[in-house]
Design a protein around this ligand. Sequence first.
Ligand SMILES: [Zn+2]
Length: 412
Amino acid sequence: MDLSVNLERIKNDIHELAQIGRCRDDRGIYRMAFTDADMEGKRWLKDRIEHAGLEPRTDGAVNVSAELSGATDQARILVGSHIDTVPCAGALDGTLGVIVALECLRCLREQGVVPERTIELIAFSDEEGRFGGMFGSQAVCGQLNPDVLATLSDLDGVLLGDELRRHGFDPLGALDAARDPETIASYLELHIEQGPVLDRGQKSVGIVDEITGLFTWSVNLKGEANHAGTTPMEMRHDAFMGLADFASAIPRILDENGSARSRATIGKAQILPGAANTVPGIVEFSLDVRDTSPETLADLGNAFRKALSAIARRRNLMFEFQQKSYLPPVAADPAIVKRLLRQAERLELTHLQMHSGAAHDAQIMGSMVPVGMIFVPSKNGQSHSPAEWTSWTDIEAGANLMLHSLMDLANG
Ligand SMILES: [Zn+2]
């Protein structure tokens, strides 16, 4: 039987959900986790699930799910993503993966297909990080504890616990969302690429083999603030020149210690005291470093530390840094990658095996169960903005690849 998804239903769902939390002025979508708009989005999803003849469920982390029962009680296949957004988001990030998963279940149910394994759709809470990110998938993987639940807050100081209570949920309930890994055979996620690779290469789908890990540092270089006119060049302790040296050393450090998948970014910097006629005394800056291998990440960390220390010595500066976050890289399951590639070939889709440079729920799920990811192209590589878009043909291609891959995994 050659099944295919119904693109019109996918279009309708995307358009409908995009109205929830949309701001008229900037056309951006504001469905940050556990805001009223996010909760309305979750209600909309449950409504669509019911409409498809399935039963919506909400767990203690407010993840929304629905299952298509399989013929056996073997471990199930999970498929999903998230519907919360960053502020001023586009219509597809996360949302597309959830809607495609829903369409796959809808399509199988309507054709009367009963897979061997149960297939469960799941929309995870707070992937985007109002309260730190990956909340729903961390809950499912049992990575939360009461202390974390009591202290998580957003940038305005609103406590996650208060926000959950406001919507009628017991914050400790998130601990009950943890699943037994034995009950899950694998997790699949379709997501927009959020980068330019597929669009530029004119490929319809990407099959992810590795999801990048990352560390972020906050670095402080301290020199001495002084008069820009009276302090001779060779007598300065210019903190900004230290940053300039460091920034220009990044390509060499990546060449010598990184891989083709390494990325390093200084995205934020502050010069103090910040006057045009004063030699900078302090610079504070961020460093975001990514790679798909934990060893390479560690090597890069060492190399960056050494470079900072050498530059500080040469420029008469002091330096300190603080690691702000660390997310380990996760490899997709090689057997799943192979199956996805085989399905893409069978469906004659233009495809590319690639890595993910962005973090996803699949990364958290990958710490517990085998995972696989399908990417669809992002027009001009744009995302996290109202300009985010993917052509309907590519969305249809990605959705059909998901449908057939789910059947392949659920029956084999
Ligand atoms: Zn996302």
